[in-house]
Design a protein around this ligand. Structure first.
Ligand SMILES: *Cc1c(COP(=O)(O)O)cnc(C)c1O
Length: 365
């Protein structure tokens, strides 16, 4: 029977999120022994051991509600990043924070400025609220076009998103450019700097943006425990901004949005410097390994400041992507970002990268 219960009209614009295929699914589909997933920018060396140990200690308290104010984790983040705990909001993944930002600031008809291609959840949040998306294409080298972003600001602009390093390109916005944006945006525009991959960036002129929060700029810096801390399965992210901005966003937050195991693990993981350093080292080595492998195969790629690489495979990209799947390698096909000749490959462990490069080599031969 036809559904008479009408959803809100704006939902018509929402595309379902397409996650990287899970390992078990491909294993079941193709009856494969070995599957390597390089599709979701997860940490290949695993979760922070301090984080997992902290979970154990909380198991007997699971009959209690979690701390609605996420005090211990905010204290841990505040100490680590030298900000005030009142400048922090902790969420069920950074994804939730994007939704909360949208619910807080976007009325129907408002606009968000988003570089394109970039992370799809910004569009999701805007569509949810009936706001308009103003995409600003990256230039031909996938660099941010700051002039165009600034020129796109109208009286309706509320949020200007910058993902740096950018997913899926791995390119970043330099400190001077960010400073210029913050100086030139009107005070009624909030700049959202998504630093999901901040910990991987090594460029001299990279900024994770926190210095600008401290200086009182109209910016919210978003980070996550899903990437370098290796806790994607637990869902914890956070935002750092001026206290008044955080207080406003807290109005739309559900009280128990971050579960108690996630809170415990994240508070411990942020202090686990050894794990962060090991993750960075593994990523640098894997990056070099993949660059060399791609060069040997004569393939072009975009230099990355992150834990994934945008790889150009040409007109046969989709077929190669499918053949990689059949060989047990999951990468992300670029069509969802309007990049039908590219795939995005997460940097894995040495063994995973070898497995991927061998599969790719045999396909291209
Ligand atoms: C992975 C990712 C996030 C969010 O991750 P959560 O798992 O929801 O914390 C946010 N932004 C970008 C660009 C990402 O790639």
């Amino acid at each position: 029977m036809e559904n008479q219960i009408q959803p809100r009209k704006v939902l018509g614009k929402i595309q379902p999120y397409s996650p990287g295929k899970p390992i078990w699914e491909l294993q079941k589909e193709l009856n494969l022994d070995k599957v390597v997933k390089l599709a979701s920018n997860e940490n290949p060396i695993g979760p922070s051991p301090k984080g997992t140990a902290a979970i154990q200690s909380r198991l007997n308290d699971l009959h209690r509600y979690p701390d609605a104010d996420t005090v211990s984790i905010r204290e841990a983040i505040a100490a680590k990043l030298d900000v005030k705990k009142e400048q922090l909001i902790v969420t069920n993944g950074a994804d939730e924070l994007i939704t909360l930002l949208s619910e807080t600031f976007l009325e129907e008809g408002d606009e968000i400025i988003v570089p394109a291609p970039s992370f799809s959840e910004y569009d999701f949040g805007a569509n949810l609220m009936g706001a308009e998306i103003v995409p600003i294409p990256l230039d031909e080298k996938y660099q941010f076009d700051v002039d165009k972003m600034l020129a796109a600001i109208t009286d309706w602009t509320k949020l200007l998103y910058i993902c740096s390093p950018n997913n899926p390109t791995g390119t970043y916005l330099g400190k001077e450019d960010l400073e210029r944006i913050l100086n030139e945006v009107p005070e009624r525009v909030l700049v959202v700097l998504d630093g999901a991959y901040s910990h991987y960036a090594t460029a001299e002129d990279y900024t994770e943006g926190i210095e600008f929060v401290k200086a009182g700029a109209p910016i919210l810096v978003m980070q996550t425990f899903s990437k370098i801390y290796g806790l994607a399965g637990l869902r914890v992210g956070f935002g750092i901004a001026r206290e008044s901005i955080i207080q406003t966003i807290l109005k739309v937050k559900e009280p128990f949005n971050v579960n108690s195991l996630a809170q415990a693990a994240a508070a411990a993981a942020i202090q686990d410097d050894d794990h962060v350093i090991a993750s960075r080292e593994s990523n640098e080595a894997g990056k070099k390994q993949l660059y060399e492998g791609f060069e040997k195969l004569g393939l072009s790629y975009t230099e990355t400041m992150s834990n994934f690489i945008l790889l150009q495979l040409g007109p046969d990209a989709e077929r190669i992507y499918q053949e990689l799947l059949r060989k047990g390698v999951i990468v992300r096909y670029g069509k969802i970002w309007g990049l039908p000749e590219h795939v995005r490959v997460t940097i894995g462990t040495k063994e995973e990268n070898d497995f991927f490069l061998e599969a790719l080599t045999s396909i291209l031969k």
